[in-house]
Each structure stands twice: as structure tokens, then as C-alpha cells.
Ligand binder design. Structure first.
Ligand code: TXA
Ligand code: MG
Length: 320
């Protein structure tokens, strides 16, 4: 889908009800969540989901996250075990995605799950996303609203510059507060971290009273979208840079002089919120060689380092 007219919707009642109408008609509408902007479609409409994969250039074996307004609604689509229910009660709405057995009679398009018998589902904590879900009143499948493999969007302008002409609408709902995609957890056979994200693993482990297994360590399904090259800016990326070469542009962290600094005070929450915008800024500056300061690997630093490692990876495969 190219050269379609991309309507901009205000994040008020009228805008959200117009955006919901576009979803009802099988259209593609980007909207803010607290993590990143999502590109939403009706998760029950296979034609719409197929157009979504096409608009992103996303491999169709990489399944999507479904967004719903509450735990109660989520129960219509997936089967909760006791651990999953307690995590949902503790962290929803919020930056947690649970991978759970799909209810086959719930009407979710098989393209959403890429044929898996599990569904990734979450309840976003963002008033605009909640307003859109209330107006649409159905499950919204939404990957991040960027072309596959490129940097995820945390501002309306990121979506506009990357996706205008390819999608039917964008809700202009301000910046995403968390700035990193949700943390993905499967609870069977044991609680397993499938993707580090905007909810720190430490918070989940404190609630569980146990450590999370890592994908690959158990028979829990891995997230098929975790391809090596992802979040790629135009320039090359060198991690853990303690010195900067003359031809490099520094993406800094902490008390250091840098072209773009994720958090001069060394705050990981601030750095998470700034990460994707920083990569968009470096693209706009035409940075060809990006050096990145070391970033601590705890709390949100784990997800930041995960995204940066993928940004630095050789660019053969593309991801979400
Ligand atoms: O914060 C977020 O999660 C954002 C916002 C829009 O909600 N969405 C997002 O979606 O990051 P996306 O498509 O960029 O990433 C979805 C990830 C992929 O790695 C995919 O493989 C994984 O979720 N996934 C989806 N369904 C799955 C399943 N049934 N089992 C395992 N992993 C799954
Ligand atoms: Mg993505």
C-alpha cells in the first residue's frame, strides 16, 4: 500500500471516533501508547492484517501484539493461568505483554499469531490508546509504527516521516512516556522473559518472587520477531565506546560531552524515553558512524542495551 492519503486525527473524542471508524473499515491507524506508537488494525480482519504486514514490510512469520482495554476483555481472547493473572493484575495497564494460549473461538485472525497457538496481548497505559480502544470496542493488533527493521517511533513526527502515504491515519497524541517497547513474558512452562522492555525484569521478578528464565533456556516459545538487526539508524553503531574517533558522532550517557546525550545525569528511565528519538535525530543529522557510551545493564538499561545491540548488528535480516 503506497501513496494512500494519511489522515491526521486529533486525540480528542471527535478525532478518536473518526480513527475508530477507519479501523472498523479495515484501515491502518497509528496511535500512541506509553511504550511506542503502534500501527493498529482490527485484529479480527485478515485483509486488514495482511495490509498491515505489507505497509511495514514485515515478514509474515512475525506475529503481532493485540491491545485491549482491560484484563476482563483480555480473558475473552486468551487463557490465563494463575501466574499470568497475578502479573496482569500487578502491571496492567502497563508495558507488559503476556504470551498465553489463544482461545481459538475468539475470532482473532490467524495472521495476527502467524499461525501460533499462543497470542501476545497487553493493556496499554496511555489515555489516548485507551480512548481509541473505547471508541473502537474491539481487539487492536499493533506492531510498532515503523518500517520493519528501522527505528521505533516515540513521537507523532517519527510516525509521520516514516509512514505517511503508507497508512490511513495517525492519531496525534504526543510523546510516548516510557519510550521502549513492552517487556514480553510467557508464563508456561515457567515464567520466561521473551523480550526485555519498558517494564524492568527486576520488577517482574520481585512480583513473582523468583527469577525469570530466558528465552531459549526453556521450551517456552521464543519471540519470532527477535531478529538480530533491528532499530537500525542509517549510520553504523559501535557500542561501549570509551573513546570517540574523529569521524564518529557520540551518543552519550552520563556526564560526558556528546552530540546527543540520552541522560546527562545518568538516569536510565530518562535514557529509555530518549533512546529512539536520539536515533531519529542522528539520522536527521546524517551521522554515518555512531559511537555509544557504555550504559549500565540493570533496570531499563537491559532493554536499552538490547535495542542498541540490534541497532549495531549487521543489517541482513529485517525485523519489526
Ligand atoms: O510496546 C510494544 O510492545 C509495542 C506497542 C505498539 O504495543 N508493540 C511492539 O510490537 O513492539 P512489535 O510488533 O514491534 O513486536 C512484537 C513482538 C515481536 O518480537 C513478536 O515476535 C512478539 O512480539 N510476539 C508476538 N506474538 C507472539 C507470540 N505468540 N509468541 C511469542 N512472541 C510473540
Ligand atoms: Mg517493532
Amino acid at each position: 500500500m503506497n501513496n494512500v492519503t494519511t489522515e491526521v486525527f486529533a486525540a480528542d473524542d471527535a478525532g478518536l471516533s473518526s480513527a475508530a471508524c477507519v479501523l472498523e473499515q479495515g484501515g491502518l491507524v497509528a496511535f500512541p501508547t506509553e511504550t511506542v506508537y503502534g500501527l493498529g488494525v482490527d485484529a479480527r480482519d485478515s485483509d486488514a492484517v495482511a495490509r498491515l504486514y505489507q505497509a511495514k514490510g514485515r515478514p509474515s512469520f512475525n506475529p503481532l501484539i493485540v491491545h485491549v482495554a482491560s484484563l476482563e476483555i483480555a480473558e475473552k481472547y486468551v487463557v490465563f493461568d494463575a501466574v499470568a493473572r497475578s502479573l496482569a493484575q500487578a502491571f496492567w495497564p502497563g508495558a507488559l505483554t503476556l504470551v498465553l494460549p489463544l482461545r481459538l473461538d475468539a475470532g482473532i485472525s490467524p495472521l495476527v499469531t502467524a499461525g501460533l497457538d499462543t497470542l501476545a496481548i497487553r493493556v496499554p497505559d496511555n489515555s489516548v490508546a485507551q480512548g481509541l480502544m473505547a471508541a473502537f470496542d474491539g481487539p487492536i493488533a499493533a506492531p510498532s509504527a515503523n518500517p520493519s527493521g528501522q527505528v521505533s517511533p516515540t513521537k507523532f513526527t517519527h510516525v509521520q516521516s516514516q509512514m505517511a502515504g503508507r497508512i490511513n491515519g495517525i492519531v496525534d497524541g504526543g510523546d510516548c512516556g516510557v519510550g521502549l517497547e513492552s517487556t514480553i513474558v510467557a508464563t508456561q512452562p515457567v515464567p520466561t522473559l521473551l523480550r526485555a522492555g519498558g517494564l524492568p525484569a527486576e520488577a517482574l521478578e520481585a512480583a513473582l518472587g523468583d527469577t525469570l528464565a530466558l528465552a531459549g533456556e526453556t521450551t517456552a516459545p521464543s519471540s519470532p520477531g527477535q531478529l538480530a538487526s533491528h532499530y537500525a539508524p542509517k549510520g553504523t553503531v559501535r557500542l561501549n565506546a570509551v573513546d570517540v574517533e574523529p569521524d564518529e558522532t557520540l551518543l552519550g550517557f552520563g556526564a560526558i560531552e556528546a552530540t546527543v546525550n540520552l541522560s546527562p545525569s545518568g538516569d536510565l528511565v530518562e535514557a529509555a524515553a530518549a533512546l529512539f528519538d536520539a536515533l531519529h535525530q542522528l539520522n536527521a543529522l546524517g551521522a554515518e558512524k555512531i559511537a555509544v557510551s557504555p550504559i549500565p545493564d540493570n533496570g531499563l538499561g537491559r532493554a536499552i542495551n538490547d535495542r542498541l545491540r540490534r541497532a549495531a548488528a549487521p543489517r541482513s535480516g529485517a525485523a519489526t
